[in-house]
Design a protein around this ligand. Structure first.
Ligand code: PHB
Length: 394
């Protein structure tokens, strides 16, 4: 043996001895620090109810697991993003740089989510998106540390286009808020509708979060399309569906949309929404044991019926729990964490789904019909629909 390996062996032996001797026994078994989860959600404005439902759903699953994920206790840090893209970069950087969170959960608004995805990609912080459908988040911006428990804007929109086209509707007018979610949900509808033989005659937009619809409803009435397709959500959806009915249009031109138009809003929309058809990855009346037990638990905890947003929050917690269990709480093990979620079948109240390589759910899209206070499942409009994930290179 030459001298050098000898030194290496001696050094290795010495250092391992030194570790055994100097580390107090308690340090070896000491619990990991709390896992810091940053909720960046709308707690004010038109999407407030959506943010609250997401947080409720998330916490419900954490409670079911005894308050721990991957063996770690949880600390929550909350930021109100106000659904304001101009504040999004500052808000997300507060969580990443000031609060040093391990995971970010958020948000609802597609424009805000884009800024969050950019910051997450740059910093490597794990981001789980429990709503915001911006296609790019699991498309051109896809990344190992970014996951979505909800949908891409394309998914429910494309399905509604296909359904309306197959119903024989020929001429559609679309109306939505002018921002990424509205644009993409109209584009998805148009793609499905035109493939099935329809044509979008006019695309109307209003600035987000405006709810002044009168002049636009007059314009729609005059154009006499076969169908009106619309994306609004939260408070805006309540106002639009009520205004549409108040103008008498629901008697002559069916109003359809992605299910956000009537989800979590039926209490307030009442008579105005009856009979409406929408497409979404969740529905009332699924009647599976999984959904029934979720609904009972949610109603017991929050004295409210869950909606799609609550399900997405719940599933965000399920995905995080699966990833963390695989790495025993060490979220720094990025590849193992991501690999576990990529391989998982998420046992969602909506039905089981997998996220695939782009990290967006591959899921059934239901056709639903409003009946009283429920978005009752009519059929599965498209089974196992995957977003095209255009531009995603992992
Ligand atoms: C979005 O901005 O991506 C968004 C907002 C509310 C919804 C759905 C999508 O209900």
């Amino acid at each position: 043996m030459t001298a050098r390996p000898w030194i290496a062996v001696a050094a290795a032996t010495f250092s391992s001895l030194a570790i055994t001797v100097t580390l107090p026994a308690s340090a070896q078994s000491s619990p990991q620090p709390k896992l810091r989860i940053g909720f960046m959600l709308p707690y004010s404005g038109t999407y407030t109810a959506l943010g609250v439902a997401i947080e409720n759903g998330f916490k419900l699953h954490v409670d079911e697991l005894g308050g721990k994920l991957g063996g770690r206790e949880i600390e929550y840090i909350k930021v109100d993003d106000e659904s304001d893209p101009s504040k999004a970069t500052d808000n997300v950087n507060k969580l990443i740089k000031r609060d040093n969170v391990d995971v970010i959960v958020g948000t609802v608004h597609s424009g805000v989510v884009m800024a969050m995805a950019k910051a997450a990609k740059e910093s490597g912080t794990v981001l789980i998106v429990p709503n915001g459908g911006a296609n790019a988040v699991t498309g051109t911006m896809c990344a190992q540390n970014i996951f979505r428990s909800s949908f891409s804007n394309w998914q429910p929109a494309y399905a509604m286009g296909e359904v309306a086209g197959k119903q024989g509707k020929k001429k559609a007018i679309t109306i939505t808020w002018k921002y990424a979610a509205g644009d993409e949900m109209v584009a998805g509808f148009k793609e499905g509708f035109e493939k099935a033989g329809g044509q979008v005659a006019k695309q109307i937009t209003v600035p987000f979060p405006n709810v002044e619809f009168q002049a636009l409803l007059t314009e729609i009435a005059a154009a006499k399309p076969d169908v009106v397709y619309s994306f609004f959500a939260g408070g805006g959806a309540v106002k639009f569906v009520k205004d549409y009915a108040a103008a008498g249009l629901n008697k002559t031109i069916p109003l359809v949309g992605p299910g956000f138009l009537t989800d979590g809003t039926l209490e307030a929309q009442g008579e105005a929404a009856q009979g409406m058809l929408t497409t979404l990855h969740y529905a009332d009346g699924l009647n599976t044991p999984r959904d029934t037990s979720f609904r009972a638990a949610y109603a017991k905890s929050f004295k409210l019926q869950p909606d799609v947003y609550a399900v997405q929050g719940y599933d965000a917690a399920q995905m995080l729990a699966i990833g963390l269990a695989a790495v025993k709480g060490d979220i720094g093990k990025k590849a193992e964490f991501a690999g576990a979620i990529e391989k998982a079948k998420i046992d969602s109240p909506r039905g089981t789904f997998a996220v695939g390589k782009s990290h967006n759910p591959v899921q059934d899209i239901y056709l639903r019909k409003v009946d009283g206070k429920e978005n009752r499942m009519v059929s599965v409009a498209i089974k196992g629909l995957a977003d095209p994930a255009r531009g995603c290179r992992m």
